[in-house]
Design a protein around this ligand. Sequence first.
Ligand SMILES: [Zn+2]
Length: 81
Amino acid sequence: MSRDFSRKTDESTLTTLCPRCLDAFRNARGIRVRRADLRQTIKEPCTYCQTRFGFDYYIQPTSPKTTYFKKGRFDDESECA
Ligand SMILES: [Zn+2]
């Protein structure tokens, strides 16, 4: 069975991740990891560690909520007349 996957999908970053790096990505905040091709059976060298082998994944940033900065500053506007 040969599969030619020449079509390009650029909806997000396509990265090859081994199970080890995949785990690190899944634990990372603000990132969503999705299998690019669920039928993929041939493992490719991991883009990150380049020592182990894994499958292709889409790396997507999640909602911009993660970059929300909380400023706990109060302006003292109360005036005692
Ligand atoms: Zn890896």
